[in-house]
Design a protein around this ligand. Structure first.
Ligand code: DC
Length: 212
């Protein structure tokens, strides 16, 4: 029997550096990469387009089931409105169920690096490598603020910090698939690490798990 394809789960809160890290790991290891947050962002956007409430389960499930590749190419999936809508639809069990098969199918044949909130706990509990990427709330707010300024969105650090705290609370407190480190995940705290150091730390963890 051939070994199971390599699946690397990268979970953690917003702006901890998991997207950059996961993308680099995928490129280094020649694996497909999926930013699962985009699924929730695109779902939230569709609900907003329909002038419905992202917290409405029926509207949000219908949006999740109607997603097409064009939804992921939209240029309005980032920013405070998209952040809040994504986090609201992500708390709805029927939305998560609708998106589960796609995520599992993505990694099933060739392996993959997936980043999100519940990859190691729910989507791929059997992933060979599970990383939990975190950083202090202050540092994450600082990074997101700098990212928004870099994209030309003028905003206050205090506002970014309070919106991020609300989103963290919603992502962590929801009943279904809350943000949590899997029991067998390795945590990397990137508060004092730059992107290169975080990547090297992650690569060491992947390599050591492969040599076992
Ligand atoms: O990673 P991100 O910031 O793009 O995620 C957007 C929202 O989607 C975030 O509030 C949490 C949610 N999400 C989730 O619940 N589960 C995932 N696997 C990925 C994202």
């Amino acid at each position: 029997m051939s070994p199971a394809p390599l699946v690397i789960a990268v979970d953690g809160p917003a702006a901890a550096g998991k997207g950059t890290l996961a993308r680099r790991l995928a490129a280094e290891l020649g694996l497909p990469y999926l930013d699962t947050g985009l699924l929730y962002r695109a779902t939230g956007r569709r609900v907003l387009d329909a002038q419905a409430d992202p917290a409405d389960p029926a509207a949000a499930e219908a949006a999740a089931r109607a997603l097409t590749p064009a939804d992921f190419a939209r240029t309005d999936l980032r920013g405070p409105e998209a952040d809040a809508a994504a986090s609201k639809v992500a708390a709805i069990p029927a939305v998560r169920a609708a998106l589960l098969d796609f995520q599992r199918g993505f990694g099933a044949t060739h392996g993959a690096v997936l980043d999100g909130r519940d990859i190691g706990t729910v989507v791929f509990p059997q992933a060979q490598v599970k990383l939990f990427i975190t950083a202090s709330a202050e540092e994450r707010a600082r990074r997101r603020h700098a990212e928004l300024l870099g994209r030309g969105t003028a905003t206050e650090l205090a506002l970014v910090a309070s919106e991020m705290a609300a989103r963290d609370a919603r992502d962590s407190a929801r009943d279904v698939a809350p943000l949590a480190a899997a029991a067998d995940a390795v945590t990397i705290d990137t508060t004092a690490l730059d992107a290169e150091a975080a990547f090297q730390a992650a690569l060491r963890i992947v390599k050591s798990s492969q040599s076992k």
